[in-house]
Design a protein around this ligand. Structure first.
Ligand code: FPP
Length: 246
């Protein structure tokens, strides 16, 4: 997909952290924070469309989130099912193509069917690719890619692994944002963030608004992306760096 605005990152990835604290500070159950998180995500999708961002990838449920209290896990599963029925028609109308990224086997058959239906019904859209990582972990992704190659008897190389990863349908993220003040990756996109710019926001995810997104984009625009080259090389008029394995 061609970049129409070279000053915006093409692919933005987000660790949406801070829903629990947002709720706890208001003496609400944690799931109220996740519900507010869905509203924030809707706003963020709209903001990405308005800014001509090509790909948005979000971390909605990690491989490790199964270890949370059972009521929070079941609340998140219900929220996913509810969001599928409520949000997919809106995403479709906005020209958003949705992909669910992660291990679906542990999800209920009803949810699995809903994910597939959402993907099929938005498959013809091109304005924004929206990857929702659910039951996803960066280590899981590397392992499943290696297993796929091994089962086919293919050699494991950087290129073959890259093509077998769950996010092979999009280029690597240009900008990774984490909200909630923590300064870590937490098993998100381990393979793909090799050359992403990292922006950490102290805002809790439900409070992450258009201004906060613009702040992250402004930060991105201050960075010189060298991909292992020197500054002189990347600023030479005829040479552009290329981080993506061709
Ligand atoms: C991390 O905040 C957030 C999550 C584990 C869930 C993120 C989910 C959403 C934003 C809603 C979208 C989800 C679906 C189902 C479509 P946290 O709970 O770890 O916050 P804390 O660090 O303040 O406790």
């Amino acid at each position: 997909m061609a970049l129409t605005h070279p000053d915006v990152p093409h692919h933005v990835a987000i660790v949406m952290d801070g829903n629990g604290r947002w709720a706890t500070r208001r003496f609400l159950p944690r799931i109220a924070g996740h519900k507010q998180g869905v509203d924030s995500l809707n706003r963020c999708v709209r903001a990405c469309l308005e800014r001509n961002i090509g790909v948005l990838t979000v971390f909605a449920f990690s491989s490790e989130n199964w270890n949370r209290p059972p009521e929070e896990v079941s609340g998140l599963m219900e929220l996913l099912a509810l969001s599928l029925s409520r949000e997919v028609p809106r995403l479709n109308a906005q020209g958003v193509r949705i992909h669910f990224v992660g291990d679906r086997q542990r999800l209920s058959e009803r949810v699995q069917a809903g994910l597939l239906q959402a993907e099929l019904s938005t498959a013809g859209n091109h304005r924004l690719i929206f990857n929702v990582c659910f039951n996803y972990g960066g280590r899981w992704d590397i392992a499943q890619a290696a297993q796929k190659l091994a089962s086919r008897g293919e050699a494991i190389t950087e290129l073959s692994l890259d093509r077998a990863m769950a996010l092979a349908h999009v280029p690597d993220p240009d900008l990774l944002i984490r909200t909630g003040g923590e300064l870590r990756i937490s098993n998100f996109l381990l393979w793909q963030v090799a050359y992403s710019e990292l922006h950490f926001s102290s805002k809790l995810w439900p409070d992450f608004d258009d201004a906060a997104l613009d702040e992250a984009i402004a930060f991105f625009n201050t960075r010189e992306r060298r991909f292992g080259q020197t500054s002189a090389q990347v600023n030479a008029p005829d040479k552009k760096p290329n981080a993506r394995i061709a």
